[in-house]
Design a protein around this ligand. Structure first.
Ligand SMILES: NC(=O)CC[C@H](N)C(=O)O
Length: 395
């Protein structure tokens, strides 16, 4: 028997015959609509229309809590070819409110595939649309900006759908982290069995691979709900505090800013990712603002402003930090430098504090999905925790 003979048969979904597909419509808040076919669950979904340029990693994308209340459009036309499995979930469930694919794969062919994408969406009750011109839709969003959107395969009357889209909530001012955060604290054990560092992680919408990446380096990660206070975090006597990614508008997360203020005052090392970068920025006194259409995908070049090194990184953000790209900013916590800048549009992609042990990045070193260029940032966090211990004389 050859190796090929032993491969599992591809999973194929029974599909309706020609002409039997169900009509679906995608409607944008400015009245532009796109006709397509129902994909996943039949029904109706509303959210902010955003596009992702990742060609792979769709399972990690749809299960990333940062996409809560967003309808994700994949710019790569062919999605679903490796199916879906139980292990690549980045959270407990599918988080996107809707999913848009030009040309879903008719079969799922991978030794790891357990179900097709179509049936996974359907089982989860997540509404999708396929067969529409995703290139035209993406170009429209690039010109006009991310906007509210609705998908319907239930009621495809354009006028009434537009009314429902315009009545749906937008993303500016949306406080969504508590909606996706863990209800109860939990612990991710250090991989070695011997914890070297204890990390208190504020779950603002954390992805599974983030505590796992730290656990690989010997961290015992205590994950706490979004509204935990500084006292809750510090009660663990952590070596460091981690602030996760998360959905919604960072300008609405005053509770996280208050928590972080207490942590910075206590002198505990801090590392933040994405939403966590925005929360650190706000705590330092910087503002956040909404990008026209955001950065989403796994092929985003970022420059390290100190070394000049360029990393290709994974992004998923619609908001960004406003800070001077060069020089040092004076803040209530001392001097702060912009450590990383996006090469496509000069957006701030990271901050480093010079006078307190804190730094953050807007992109995703946990790389799920994504390239591994930025993984060293978890080592940098461990280095910061080690240095802080030594400084306190207990290292
Ligand atoms: N992935 C994230 O943490 C996203 C942060 C924030 N919700 C934004 O869109 O910018």
């Amino acid at each position: 028997m050859s190796g090929l003979d032993r491969q599992p048969a591809p999973l194929e979904r029974e599909r309706p015959g020609p002409g039997a597909t169900r009509r679906a419509v995608l409607m944008l808040e400015d009245g532009r609509s796109f006709a397509g076919e129902a994909f996943g669950s039949v029904g109706e979904a509303f959210g902010e229309a955003v596009f992702s340029t990742g060609m792979t990693g769709y399972q990690e994308t749809i299960t990333d809590p940062s996409f809560h209340r967003q309808i994700v459009i994949m710019t790569a036309p062919h999605i679903g070819n490796t199916g879906v499995n139980d292990t690549d979930y980045e959270s407990e469930r599918i988080q996107v409110s809707g999913f848009v694919v030009r040309d879903p794969s008719r079969i799922a062919s991978s030794w790891r595939a357990q179900r097709t994408l179509d049936e996974e969406l359907e089982n989860a009750g997540v509404v999708g649309i396929s067969g529409l011109d995703t290139r035209a839709l993406t170009r429209h969003l690039r010109e006009r900006g991310a906007m509210r959107c609705g998908i319907s395969s239930a009621d495809t009357d354009l006028d009434s759908l537009l009314e429902r889209v315009q009545a749906s909530p937008g993303m500016v001012g949306a406080d969504l982290a508590p909606e996706v955060s863990t209800a109860e604290p939990y612990v991710v054990e250090a991989r070695s069995g011997l914890p070297i560092y204890r990390v208190a992680a504020l779950d603002l919408g954390i992805k599974r691979n983030t505590p796992l990446s730290m656990a690989e380096l010997g961290c015992e990660v205590h994950v706490l709900p979004a509204r935990s206070t500084a006292a809750d975090l510090l009660a663990l006597a952590p070596d460091g505090v981690f602030l996760s990614n998360g959905p919604g508008d960072p300008a609405s997360a005053d509770y996280a800013v208050e928590t972080l203020t207490g942590v910075l005052d206590a002198g505990v090392p801090v590392f933040g990712i994405c939403f966590g970068n925005q929360v650190l920025a706000r705590t330092l006194g910087f503002e956040t603002y909404k990008l026209t259409y955001g950065h989403r995908g796994i092929n985003q070049p970022v420059a390290d402003t100190r070394s000049g090194r360029i990393a290709v990184t994974s992004h998923n953000h619609g908001f960004a930090v406003r800070a001077p790209l060069t020089g040092l900013s004076e803040t209530p916590y001392g001097r702060v430098a912009v450590s990383h800048v996006a090469l496509n549009d000069d957006v701030v992609e990271g901050l480093t504090c010079l006078d307190v042990p804190a730094f953050s990045v807007q992109f995703h070193p946990e790389a799920a999905p994504g390239p591994h260029d930025a993984q060293g940032l978890f080592d940098r966090f461990c280095g910061l925790m080690a240095a802080n211990r030594q400084m306190r004389g207990d290292g």
